[in-house]
Design a protein around this ligand. Structure first.
Ligand code: C5P
Length: 301
């Protein structure tokens, strides 16, 4: 959907005193993730049902006197600033501008742990594209921003889209998806799964792409469909990270409901229909694992 102007950009932005903006960048979970054998361009065809959830990074954008883009990041290891996807999003947007742009300082506070398949870096990049378009008054259309998003990474476009979507192509085609309200117990293991390694492990034993769910089903209470989900990156992620495989087995044995991997991992999740059910599901997990869990809901935007 790189050039679809029908799309309404979906980001939560509020003004800051002094002419700045604060924007929240949500995490995502892949409810269902189907993957096909590698294409000629090196990417894999995807068909995924994705929902944004209420775990947020916070981005603040403030005017600065000096020209250019200042960047600071805290809350997690953000790597080298110039390689951070949020910084690169602002730089890419600036590149296409013919007018001189006012200096800006971007502060990113991470709450979404990296390397867990929750899309934090991609969400930050989408939030920066959206907010800097407003801040610099660039008037880029939704389609133009979607196209820049796809250049930054396969998971970036979905974060400019609706609260839940069906994502296809290599990630650039986004269709809105109606999903029942849910609560999810997110398990955030210590281990990280590097996405390219998981895809490489998939290529070692490539599988044909599975069949997508009957889409309207996901509007029903989650108890009716949570047993039907698949993540085709699950088996390769288990091979890449034996500690993840062990944890996943331990949680599945303790939990009375299915435990799924999001994206290429390493975060796992359990879907519930209510807060009460989520709290009960959390209480059934081993005590040592509970501190690394968060209860989240679908994001409303
Ligand atoms: O697009 P992005 O840079 O986020 O992708 C990171 C890595 O994930 C790629 O280098 C590739 O190994 C893998 N990938 C893939 N097929 C996709 C999306 C990502 O193989 N559809």
């Amino acid at each position: 959907m790189t050039s679809d102007e029908r799309h309404r950009l979906s980001c939560r932005t509020e003004p800051l005193p002094g002419g700045g903006l604060r924007v929240l960048a949500p995490a995502k979970i892949n409810l269902n993730l189907l993957v096909g054998p590698k294409r000629e361009d090196g990417y894999h065809p995807l068909d995924s049902l994705v929902a944004k959830v209420t775990l947020f990074d916070t981005i603040e954008i403030r005017p600065q006197e000096e020209a250019g883009i200042g960047f600071a990041c805290g809350g997690a290891d953000c790597g080298e600033p110039a390689r951070n996807l949020a910084y690169r999003a602002a730089a890419l947007l600036a590149q296409g501008s013919t007018q001189p742009l006012p200096g800006v300082h971007i502060t990113l506070e991470k709450a979404i742990p990296p390397g867990k398949g929750l899309g934090g870096g991609s969400s930050d990049a989408a939030a920066v594209l959206h907010a800097m378009n407003v801040f610099w008054r660039l008037r880029r259309t939704a389609g133009e921003l979607m196209s820049l998003a796809a250049q930054l990474g396969s998971d970036v476009p979905l974060f400019l889209g609706p609260p839940a979507c069906r994502m296809t192509g290599r990630g650039e085609f986004i269709e809105p998806l109606a999903v029942a309200p849910f609560f999810a117990v997110l398990v955030l293991p210590d281990c990280q799964c590097a996405t390219p390694l998981v895809y490489r492990a998939f290529d070692d034993a490539p599988q044909p792409m599975g069949r997508q769910l009957d889409i309207p089903l996901v509007q029903r209470p989650v108890a009716q469909w949570r047993g039907l989900l698949t993540n085709q990156l699950g088996p390769p992620a288990r091979r890449v990270s034996p500690p993840l495989a062990a944890l996943w087995d331990e949680l599945s044995a303790a939990s009375q409901i299915p435990v799924y991997l999001t994206g290429s991992g390493s975060a796992l999740f359990l879907l519930c229909d209510s807060a009460t059910e989520a709290i009960a599901a959390l209480a059934r997990l081993p005590a040592a694992i509970r501190p690394s869990c968060r209860v989240v809901q679908n994001c409303a935007w």
